[in-house]
Design a binder for this molecule. Sequence first.
Ligand SMILES: Cc1cc2nc3c(=O)[nH]c(=O)nc-3n(C[C@H](O)[C@H](O)[C@H](O)COP(=O)(O)OP(=O)(O)OC[C@H]3O[C@@H](n4cnc5c(N)ncnc54)[C@H](O)[C@@H]3O)c2cc1C
Length: 537
Amino acid sequence: MRQQILEALRQEEPFDVLIIGGGATGCGIAVDAATRGLKVALVDRNDFVGGTSCRSTKLVHGGVRYLEAAIKHLDKVQYKLVKEGLHERGAFLRNAPHLAHRLALVSPIYSWFELPYVFIGLKLYDILSGSMNIGKSTIASKKGVLKYFPSLRTEGLKGGVIYYDGQFNDTRMAMTLLLTAREHGAVLANYVGVVGLIHDANGKLTGASVEDRLSGDTFVVRAKTVINATGPFADAICKMDDPEAKPILKGASGVHIILDRDKLPLDVGLLIPKTDDGRVLFLLPWLDHIIVGTTDDPCEISERPEASPKDVAYLLDYVRRYFHADVTEKDVKAAWCGIRPLVFDPKAKDTAELAREHVIIEAKSGLITISGGKWTIYRLMAEHTVDRAVAVGKLRPPRGCVTHDMRLVGARGFVPEGDKLLAKKANLPDDVAAHLYHTYGDQSEKLLPLIAESGAARLHPRHPFLEAEVRHAVREEQAVHAEDVVVRRMTLALLDTEAAVQSVDRVVAIMAEELGWDAARQAEEATRARTHAAAGL
Ligand SMILES: Cc1cc2nc3c(=O)[nH]c(=O)nc-3n(C[C@H](O)[C@H](O)[C@H](O)COP(=O)(O)OP(=O)(O)OC[C@H]3O[C@@H](n4cnc5c(N)ncnc54)[C@H](O)[C@@H]3O)c2cc1C
């Protein structure tokens, strides 16, 4: 498949749109442009969704913390962001129900004075979501809160407010978007990086010089419009276009840790509304584990950011402050760091204050840069960006944007009890069927012949991931390195580092059968996958 993709990229006839970057932003744009009937190419210098987009808190949300800013400072921009986010939250849950679901969260209250303030704020959250409302916020007594969190510390606890947001699987969401774009003819290539931009005699962009990072070959991809969707790396692409371009981004690193459910059994999320340094922290149930995050610190932008011991200690400290939980560094099953691409505002004092708004900037050459925003509004960001590309490139798509009401690949035949039906049909254990259905949705059926061929062997006894999925990732989802499977197609490394490292040899052996790797390549792949899995990269 990879050779055909590379050949398609080299074609003489220009693409309507070349997207640089295969994170949330680029994948969303690929779907929007391809479903309008445009000829689309997308390249990522690493694996798809290997950047910030696989390290999110996995919330589909309007942003309660932006709501606080909207109320406190009567800030219209923040208010609009929340409203937009809540609307898109609804569309997200509807269009990818196999990957996204409603999640109840509790904001604990420690003073009676706070209660009406928080409750009215969250009621406003409900109202702003309008017809896309996913559940009414309610007040819970102290006893009610403790029912959800028996080990929550009770000193000063008065009660809480229960509200709803969405939760999703970010790596799989990106994969679903890519499969949807591919279904509509988009040419998508991972490990193909843009190393230069190509201009005509008038300074207008006509394409990009790219490098196939597997072979080292460089070649040109011709395109009528080029979209820079490289997240934290947007400034670097702008500089390729115009060496005088001014930076537009600041980076803020966010670290998450994963804990075993046995250490902290939660079925609903807890929002810690204010840490000592003014941040919001979440503790959320996630794939049978608990996710705790996130930090938010100004940082240098780097390709593979790592969680520092200081960040891990900070998050553990908050878990212990709020819960009677005996958790230490040795209970951390995985830790990973992502970099928020925040649009630069010279007046903002710290990164937590920068607006999470997205901006679309058009350079003189026609380069369109999309930056900022968040996963929740990927669809809206894509719509705005493709509208701009259509205008800049004078493109004539056969139709306008169709994504608002479009179910993504895996979602079309989705039924809520699909996991139970799958378990019965394929005689699978419940956890495996639930995992498959909430990973591939109605496409789970595609794995059944593979499971019939090689059995439903698990990659690791602690997890429901199957060996058959490794073959599926190679054949259907463009996995080229073992790391792609262990970290992103399966998210095992982001959940349980030890299990991921222990699974590497088996993943490499299966991929070697699929791709004909020799012994040297297998050794190289195993080392690379172990290193990246261990560091949550
Ligand atoms: C800690 C954290 C938690 C978050 N939590 C949430 C949340 O709960 N909900 C939510 O809605 N949002 C959340 N966000 C925001 C959201 O994750 C980001 O807005 C989003 O993932 C950004 O996606 P992106 O595609 O712009 O960037 P990225 O995902 O970083 O993608 C950019 C891609 O560009 C590629 N690239 C770079 N240079 C080149 C080149 N020269 N050639 C080719 N490719 C290149 C990179 O390899 C990368 O894959 C969170 C962000 C962080 C950091």
